[in-house]
Structures are given as structure tokens and as C-alpha cells.
Design a binder for this molecule. Structure first.
Ligand SMILES: Cc1cc2nc3c(=O)[nH]c(=O)nc-3n(C[C@H](O)[C@H](O)[C@H](O)COP(=O)(O)OP(=O)(O)OC[C@H]3O[C@@H](n4cnc5c(N)ncnc54)[C@H](O)[C@@H]3O)c2cc1C
Length: 358
């Protein structure tokens, strides 16, 4: 039986480990307990935000993969749908016609329909997009569910152990180096999020990553009020199962391309709270927690997934919640059996080699 080491237990490593175990491989997961984007994520599963047609198709398949996964595991994914009114005028029109042209599940609703769906939102927009097929995941719990399922099936988890480099035999990766000794494998799968660039660089492999910090605020829990993911002109908002309201501090966080946090965390958090109170004036909202996290974003903004040298497979990407279930399936397939037409159809545009051109 092939022995696979998975480095990183965020959503990507956990989903890959689960699918690898399903296929019968021996799986060892090693996690340093360092920066973990998954637990800080907003958790919106969508294909309405995308870079191009390939990326739209990938994200749409990502949604389907969650439906498949939900038949196997009790994952915390709520198909709440999304109300989106971040654009107005021509930009709204363009977004609507592009999504309709792609065959996406999108519907335009007016202020009265909006009010009936979200009565606590002030100033309902006259024109809003409803994406009924979108969802929200409790991202940290989602990764834990996958991880526990992998462990139940026989995977071994080493937590608090930091991978520092790789063991080589000739030009093949044969294991990982840690401060407490080396561990050997037939294949190493690197799912270390923002740490991927530095770990790949130990083998002179270039996976450039952008610096994309993000602050996320969470309120104290309130009674159930918000039913959808809200993509509003003041930011992206949703209510968690425990009643807390979650909002990235930057407006339009999925497209946020700032490489620095512009102000002090307390100022930005209060500013975000002010916007939230303007959006939801009837609710008694108070700030409970602000989290600083770094999004794993490869240099051109798109996923980087594939074999980078014999014995070493890399997977790092943003929108890793939307794509997590699908990536788990595809990565396990390729690590077990190599590239096939079925996997390359989805991953062909996202191979890390694209960064190695002259
Ligand atoms: C604020 C924010 C909001 C987001 N919102 C959304 C959203 O709404 N929808 C969406 O689809 N995506 C969203 N994302 C992106 C998504 O969360 C990430 O793409 C995804 O979580 C990445 O998962 P990962 O497993 O690749 O990395 P991570 O979750 O970062 O996991 C990497 C793991 O690797 C481990 N590790 C690192 N270095 C080492 C080492 N040397 N040795 C061993 N282990 C190591 C870490 O401990 C960590 O557990 C958001 C991200 C952020 C930060």
C-alpha cells in the first residue's frame, strides 16, 4: 500500500487526506499548528465570483462536489443562498447578464422581495441578485470533520510538528524533515497554505505567493436574524450557527488585493462595526473578536495544483473553501493514479509550471 505524507491540515490537506484514505492509501498528516486560513475563513461557497470561464466552471464543479461530500459526511454546509447587491447600474447589469450567459442559478429580485427575505437589512436595494444555489460552510469545523473521517479510516495525524524540508533520493522526494526526525513516504503532498512558497523554495521550486492579509470581525451572538450570505455595498456578512455575525473588515473581500492592512486592527474593526450597524440598525451588535489571517493566494491569483517533482505534489489556492471538496477528490486521484483526462479537465489550467517560464 502506498504511503502518502500530507503536509498541512487545513481544508485542502484534510480533504485530500480523506479522499486518499477512501482510496485505500496509507496516510500520515503532519501539521505545524501555524497560520491556518481555513479556521479564519468567511466560508462562502460560490461560483458568482470568478476570474474567467475555466475558473467559473471549476467553482461550479466545486459546488457540485460539496453535494457529493454531503452524502458521505455530516459536513457543516448550509445552502442558505446569497443576496448580492455590491454592484449598481451598469456594473449590476453586466454581472447579471454575464452570469445568465454562463447558465448560473441567478435571479433578480426587487426591494419588496428582498425585504421579505431579510427584514433586518435597512434600505433594501431596488435591484438585488439572488444566488439560490450558494452556501456557507463553517470552515474550521468542515476541515475537522474531514480530518476526523480520515483518522477514523486509519490516517495518522502528527500535530505541532513543523516540516522544515524534504528528504531526497536522487531527484525524487522520499520524505520530510522535521525538528524531531525525518519521516519517509512514497509521495509527499504539500498543502501548507501560505507556507507553501517557502517550503517549495527549499528545493528551488518557485511557487510565488501574494501577501494578502485580512481582518475578520465577529460580533457577540444574537438571536437568528440573517438568513443568507449578504454581499452588500458595505461588505460581506453572514450569521454563524451560534448567532455571531461574521464580516471581513475590507469591503469586497474576495477581490481585496491589498498587500498591507491599511490601519490599526482596532480602528478597522470599529469602522467595520459602524458599517455593520448601518446595514443592520435594528440589531444590537457588539464586537467580540477580530482575527488577522493571511489568504493563500498564488502569484496570479489562481490555484497552483500538481506534481512539481517526482514524489512531491503541491496544492495551494484561494477560495479553498469553495474548491475544498473538489480539490480533495482531484488531488487524491492524481496522487494515486497520475493525471487523467478527467482530472486535467479541471486542473490543467492551474499547474504550478506556469510560474517557471523564462
Ligand atoms: C479572511 C479570509 C476569508 C476567506 N473567505 C473565503 C470564502 O468566503 N470562500 C472561499 O472559498 N475561500 C475563502 N478564503 C480562502 C480559504 O479560506 C483558503 O483558500 C483555504 O482555507 C486554504 O486552505 P489550505 O488548506 O490551503 O491552507 P490553510 O488553511 O492555511 O492550512 C495550511 C496548514 O498548513 C500547516 N502548515 C504550514 N506550514 C507547515 C509546516 N512547515 N509544516 C507542517 N504544517 C504546516 C498550517 O499549520 C495549516 O494548518 C478566505 C480566506 C481568508 C483568510
Amino acid at each position: 500500500m502506498r504511503q502518502i505524507i500530507v503536509v498541512g491540515a487545513g481544508i485542502i490537506g484534510a480533504a485530500a487526506a480523506y479522499n486518499l484514505k477512501k482510496s485505500g492509501a496509507q496516510v500520515t498528516i503532519i501539521d505545524a499548528g501555524s497560520a491556518n486560513a481555513t479556521s479564519a475563513s468567511f466560508g462562502w461557497i460560490n461560483a458568482s465570483f470568478f476570474a474567467d470561464k475555466d475558473h467559473f466552471d471549476l467553482r461550479s464543479e466545486g459546488i457540485q462536489a460539496f453535494k457529493r461530500l454531503q452524502k458521505e459526511l455530516p459536513i457543516p454546509v448550509n445552502w442558505s443562498g446569497c443576496l448580492c447587491w455590491e454592484n449598481e447600474g451598469d456594473a449590476f447589469e453586466a454581472q447579471l447578464s454575464e452570469l445568465k450567459g454562463l447558465g448560473y442559478d441567478v435571479q433578480e429580485i426587487d426591494a419588496a422581495a428582498f425585504r421579505s427575505k431579510e427584514p433586518d437589512v435597512a434600505n433594501p436595494p431596488n435591484r438585488c441578485l439572488l444566488f439560490q444555489g450558494e452556501a456557507a460552510a463553517e470552515s474550521g469545523q468542515l476541515a475537522q470533520t474531514l480530518l476526523h473521517a480520515a483518522i477514523e479510516a486509519g490516517a495518522k495525524l502528527f500535530s505541532g510538528v513543523k516540516v522544515q524540508g524534504f528528504e531526497l533520493y536522487g531527484d525524487r522526494v522520499t520524505g520530510v524533515q522535521t525538528p524531531v526526525g525525518n519521516m519517509m513516504a512514497d509521495e509527499v503532498l504539500l498543502c501548507a497554505g501560505t507556507a507553501t512558497e517557502q517550503l517549495a523554495a527549499t528545493l528551488d521550486i518557485r511557487i510565488p505567493m501574494l501577501k494578502r492579509p485580512a481582518l475578520v470581525i465577529k460580533t457577540r451572538p444574537i438571536a437568528p436574524a440573517i438568513r443568507h450570505v449578504l454581499v452588500s455595498e458595505i461588505g460581506e456578512v453572514r450569521q454563524l450557527p451560534d448567532g455571531a455575525i461574521l464580516m471581513p473588515a475590507s469591503v469586497g473581500h474576495q477581490g481585496d488585493d491589498a498587500s498591507e492592512i491599511a490601519d490599526s486592527p482596532d480602528m478597522l474593526a470599529e469602522d467595520a462595526m459602524d458599517r455593520l450597524r448601518t446595514l443592520l440598525p435594528s440589531l444590537d451588535l457588539s464586537l467580540a473578536q477580530t482575527t488577522l489571517a493571511y489568504r493563500p493566494v498564488p502569484g496570479d491569483g489562481l490555484p497552483a495544483v500538481g506534481t512539481v517533482m517526482p514524489g512531491l505534489y503541491v496544492a495551494t489556492l484561494h477560495s479553498g473553501i469553495t474548491l475544498g471538496a473538489l480539490m480533495g477528490e482531484l488531488i487524491a486521484n492524481e496522487v494515486n493514479k497520475g493525471i487523467s483526462a478527467q482530472t486535467d479537465k479541471w486542473l490543467g489550467a492551474y499547474r504550478p509550471e506556469r510560474f517557471w517560464g523564462s
